[in-house]
Design a protein around this ligand. Structure first.
Ligand code: 3HC
Length: 695
């Protein structure tokens, strides 16, 4: 075996040369790999003992693509497109032997080989679009040439991988390999030689793109069909343009055009945000004082208190992961309703083809209801999900402490309340923490793990492990009112409500926030969630706009009217002059001076900058580990557009000096709530960014 570089080796098996990439953890195509592949092909060309080549990856991947850590820095030669050109132009047959992840540049490498075989665990994808990019080493030109334009467009613009069967059916691979991959690949290469199969250069294939050449309308149809999914993103349109070029231009020109689009995207802020976010999401689970080898406890049985929307959604996460769940509620009626909603959710997924009826029954079989809290004596984890009332929660934890076995973790799903206070009700505060799920809990990926003062490291490590198991993205936060996410969110809520009273119609505010990239604005969101959430019906006395609207029965979508009106059975908000009058009347009563000159810019500043400022305070108070964790929270829990990275990344992009100046401008106008965080001032003084604190 010859070590060409520290990441690529060349070995001969009879007349076959095996070029193996070994660059843990995922065989990213950094400089050592690119150089190794290029030199390896050259060596094989010159070696008369070698008649055919196999390229493969060691470890868990063929290759996960370009090394993202190299992006944004000057790229060392050889560049990937040149390496791939060398592979395709090799005069000896080259077989890609594929296992595990084959993504991005990894798949582009496989596509530059003359043949591809793969084992069953292989997955193939071009996820560049998720980094705000497009495949930049001829993937947009080669993929349509092997699988046709429509399938390629789907893969490239979604970034989602396909499995080995789909790869075979679509023509992406030639064969599924049985047994040991290396042996199968050598045998395949020998067969190619013995059958004198002609070398297949994907760049020269035309048959799969011929249809699209005659039907150029498929591109606009694709654009139209996916307009909602692509809204705000720059990369998908670039992907489509590049595939159009694959159809309309000769290969070489198409590659050039793809390269140009790639470079443009790479320089833009969207890709910078999405690449930043990629690492932020991987960093969030790393807690400085919880090393990887911190012992964790087995969680084999879970108890949930409360069969409402939240409890039910939480239960589904565990059932999906094959973990049995007991749900406790006070009345059989509540349990029946809760379990009914869970079943309906599963049935809906089954009717969409996302799971089989058998899966539905299996999951339902894992969820049982009980009216007796004593039935939780054998569970390893309890999650309390009753409504927000500290006395009720304290009472529940006191009871749990006497019922649950030693070694059971006790968690509260509170969104705001003091987890230390709740933990203090038990004789085991080190086993208590917050697991704050976001609604709908079976859908939303975010989980805030609230680390209380006495939560033990092992319990925290277990919570992180369980989050992974139920496929959540977990951010560890400390105890304070609203923790990280809701505490920041409250700032936007406050300002948007003031803005309507000052004269900006809900439609204007919602449009500004929607155009920024959120899925909806604050008022459409309030109507969706229900304006009565948090409303104290018994003590309501028209003191706030919320109270006024709720007293009038304008509860949002569910009552047909809120900040908007809704036609029966429709979720589409319709502007409602009546609500604008209600708001104006209420503002008059409050003595609020209304203006008709509130600009979109003011709305954006007032809705976004206080979120950033609160984030800075949260970092200062060590409620969150690092600024990028707050970005992960906002992207996954609050619909912050990923192409803007998250509020803290966005602040760095805008410039912290501008954020500070804007905070000061409004502080002068509105007072203390706009007082800049000490950390914000400090970073500006030191010429630093939030990004410098991510470490
Ligand atoms: N470059 C650099 N590092 C990478 C990487 C890449 N392409 N892919 C993964 N890593 C790193 C991760 O940051 C992580 O590092 P850490 O342990 O220090 O945190 C480690 O590899 C393991 O990754 P994960 O924790 O994500 O492990 P998983 O097993 O959950 O997932 C994966 C593995 C499916 C490969 C996933 O990491 C992934 O999707 N990677 C991104 C792949 C990608 O986007 N490829 C396209 C790159 S762009 C490109 O190829 C451009 C080309 O067209 C020119």
């Amino acid at each position: 075996m010859t070590e060409i570089t520290s990441a690529v080796s060349l070995e001969k098996k009879d007349n076959i040369g095996i070029l193996a990439i070994d660059n843990p953890p995922v065989n990213a195509l950094g400089i050592k790999v690119r150089k190794g592949l290029a030199d390896g092909i050259e060596m094989a060309e010159k070696d008369s003992d070698i008649e055919a080549m196999v390229i493969m990856g060691r470890g868990r991947a063929f290759s996960a693509g370009a090394d993202i850590r190299e992006f944004g820095k000057p790229m060392e030669e050889p560049h990937l497109p040149d390496v791939l050109g060398k592979i395709e132009n090799c005069s000896k047959p080259v077989v890609a032997a594929i296992q595990g992840t084959t993504f991005g540049g990894g798949l582009e490498t496989a596509l530059s080989c003359h043949f591809r075989i793969a084992v069953k665990n292989a997955s193939f994808g071009l996820p560049e679009v998720k980094l705000g990019l497009l495949p930049g080493a001829s993937g947009t030109q080669r993929l349509p040439r092997v699988m046709g334009v429509e399938k390629a467009l789907n893969m490239i613009t979604s970034g989602n991988p396909i499995g080995v069967k789909e790869a075979l059916d679509s023509g992406l691979i030639d064969e599924i390999a049985e047994g040991e991959l290396e042996d199968a690949a050598v045998a395949f290469a020998k067969k190619v030689l013995s059958e004198k199969r002609p070398i297949v250069k994907v760049s020269e294939k035309e048959d799969q793109i011929a249809y699209a050449r005659e039907h150029p309308e498929i591109f606009d149809e694709f654009r139209k069909k996916n307009a909602r999914r692509f809204r705000g993103f720059e990369a998908p349109e670039a992907c489509i343009k590049a595939v159009e070029a694959a159809v309309n231009k000769p290969f070489k020109e198409g590659v050039k055009y793809e390269r140009q689009l790639f470079a443009e995207l790479m320089e833009g802020s969207q890709s910078a945000a999405q690449r930043y976010y990629f690492f932020a999401e991987r960093q969030v689970s790393k807690i400085p004082d919880i090393p990887k080898d911190t012992p964790t406890y087995d969680i084999n049985k879970v108890g949930i208190i409360g069969a409402g929307t939240m409890g039910g959604g939480i239960a589904m996460n565990f059932a999906n992961a094959g973990i049995p769940v007991k749900i406790v509620d006070q009345k059989q009626d509540f349990l029946d309703r809760g379990l009914g909603v869970i079943r309906d959710n599963y049935e809906r997924s089954a009717s969409k083809g996302k799971m089989t009826q058998d899966d539905v029954e299996k999951r339902m079989g894992l969820i049982t209801g009980t009216m007796s809290m004593e039935d939780l004596s054998d569970v390893d984890l309890v999650i309390e999900a009753v409504y927000e009332n500290i006395d009720l929660k304290k009472d529940i934890f006191k009871r749990l402490d006497s019922i649950c076995k030693d070694g059971a973790i006790l968690a509260t799903n509170t969104s705001y309340l003091d987890v230390n206070e709740i933990a203090a009700e038990t004789g085991r505060p080190e086993w208590v923490l917050g697991l704050h799920f976001f609604s709908p809990a079976n859908v939303m990926r975010l989980l805030e793990i609230v680390r209380a003062e006495k939560t033990s490291k092992e319990v925290l490590a277990t919570a992180l492990a369980i989050a992974r198991k139920i496929r959540k993205i977990a951010a560890v936060v400390g105890v304070c009112y609203g923790f990280a996410g809701n505490r920041m969110f409250a700032q936007r809520k406050r300002e948007s409500e003031r803005l309507v009273l000052e004269g900006a119609p809900p439609t204007q505010i919602d449009k500004v926030i929607y155009d920024f990239g959120f899925p909806m604005g604050p008022f459409a969101l309030a109507d969706l969630i229900g304006i009565d959430v948090g409303w104290d019906r018994d003590n309501s006395n028209s003191r706030t706009l919320q109270e006024v609207l709720c007293e009038m029965g304008r509860l949002g979508q569910k009552s047909g009217a809120g900040y908007y009106k809704y036609e029966k059975g429709s979720r589409t908000p319709i502007q409602d002059p009546e609500v604008e009058k209600i708001i104006a009347d209420f503002a008059a009563k409050q003595g609020i001076k209304r203006r008709d000159d509130i600009t979109d810019e003011e709305i954006l500043e007032r809705c976004i900058y206080p979120i950033i400022n609160e984030g800075a305070k949260i970092i200062e108070e060590k409620i969150a580990v690092r600024p990028s964790d707050l970005d992960v929270i906002w992207v996954n829990g609050y619909g912050w557009p990923i192409y803007r990275g998250g509020p803290m990344f966005y602040a760095d992009l805008v410039g912290l000096d501008k954020v500070l100046e804007t905070m000061k401008k409004y502080e002068a106008k509105f007072g203390d709530e706009w007082k800049p965080a000490g950390l914000l001032e400090k970073l500006v003084n030191e010429g630093k960014k939030f990004g410098d604190l991510n470490g």
